[in-house]
Write a protein that binds this ligand. Structure first.
Ligand code: C5P
Length: 221
C-alpha cells in the first residue's frame, strides 16, 4: 500500500500544529510544519535587511540559496543555514511580516517545491500542515482536513500559548488580520479544498480533534 499523506489546513489558532504533531506521533508518520518554513524565510529576510514591504525585493531575495529545514515532531527545530531558528520565528515581528512575505509567488514556488519533495520522500507517510496543502501543494493527498474554530476560540487558544502579555482583543485582531491577508492573496489563498473534510474545533478538546483525525485516516487506509 502507498504511504498515507495527510493535508491539514485552516486559519491560525484552530489547533493545526498540536493536532498534526500528535497524529503523526500516534501513527508513526513524518510531520512537516509549512508555516514554520514561511516564518523561517521571513526571519531570514528581516535579519538580512530585506524590506518586507517591497514584493520585488522579497522576490529577488527568495532566489538566494538559504537552506531551510523541515521539522520533526521528535526534534521540533527549524533551522536556517544550519542555525536553530525555532525561537526567533515565533516573535511578533516575524508574525506581523509573514503574510506579506508568503504572498509573493517566488517565495511560494521555492517552498512548495521543497514541501512536495519532503512528502515524496516520506516512506512511512506524512502529515503536512499549512494553508494551501490540500489545494496546491499535495492535491492528491490521501486525506484532507480543514480545521476551523470561532474567532473567539482561536484568540483564546493563542493567548494561552503566549502566556499573557497581550490582551485578548489585540490577539483576536492580529489573528483576524493575518487570516484576511492569507485568504485574500492571489497565489494559493487559504481556502478549503472541495474534497477536504471540515472539522469545527470550537467546542472540542485537543484529544477529541486528534481522535477524530486518526479515525478519518484509519478509514482511508
Ligand atoms: O501556521 P503559521 O501560523 O505558523 O503560519 C504562518 C504564516 O505562514 C501564515 O499566516 C501564512 O501567511 C503563511 N503560510 C502560508 N502557506 C502555508 C503555511 C503558512 O502562506 N502553507
Amino acid at each position: 500500500e502507498s504511504p498515507v499523506i495527510v493535508a491539514i489546513d485552516g486559519p491560525s489558532g484552530t489547533g493545526k500544529s498540536s493536532t498534526s504533531k500528535a497524529v503523526a506521533a500516534e501513527l508513526g508518520l513524518s510531520y512537516l510544519d509549512t508555516g514554520a518554513q514561511y516564518r523561517a524565510i521571513t526571519w531570514w529576510m528581516l535579519s538580512n535587511g530585506i524590506d518586507v514591504e517591497d514584493p520585488d525585493e522579497i522576490a529577488l531575495a527568495a532566489t538566494k540559496p538559504v537552506i531551510i529545514s523541515g521539522t520533526d515532531p521528535k526534534a521540533p527545530t527549524i533551522t536556517v543555514d544550519g542555525a536553530d531558528a525555532s525561537a526567533p520565528i515565533r516573535t511578533p515581528e516575524v508574525t506581523a511580516a509573514v503574510s506579506a512575505v508568503s504572498a509573493v509567488p517566488e517565495v511560494r514556488r521555492r517552498l512548495v517545491d521543497a514541501q512536495r519533495c519532503a512528502a515524496a520522500h516520506a516512506a512511512q507517510g506524512i502529515v503536512v500542515e499549512g494553508r494551501d496543502i490540500g489545494t496546491t501543494v499535495l492535491p492528491d493527498a490521501t486525506l484532507k482536513i480543514f480545521l476551523t474554530a470561532s474567532a473567539e476560540a482561536r484568540a483564546a487558544r493563542r493567548n494561552g500559548e503566549l502566556k499573557g502579555g497581550q490582551s485578548m482583543a489585540a490577539t483576536q485582531e492580529a489573528l483576524v488580520r493575518r487570516d484576511a491577508a492569507d485568504s485574500g492573496r492571489k497565489t494559493s489563498p487559504l481556502i478549503k479544498a472541495d474534497d477536504a473534510v471540515e472539522v469545527d474545533t470550537t467546542g472540542l478538546s485537543l484529544d477529541q480533534v486528534i481522535e477524530c483525525v486518526v479515525t478519518l485516516i484509519e478509514e482511508k487506509r
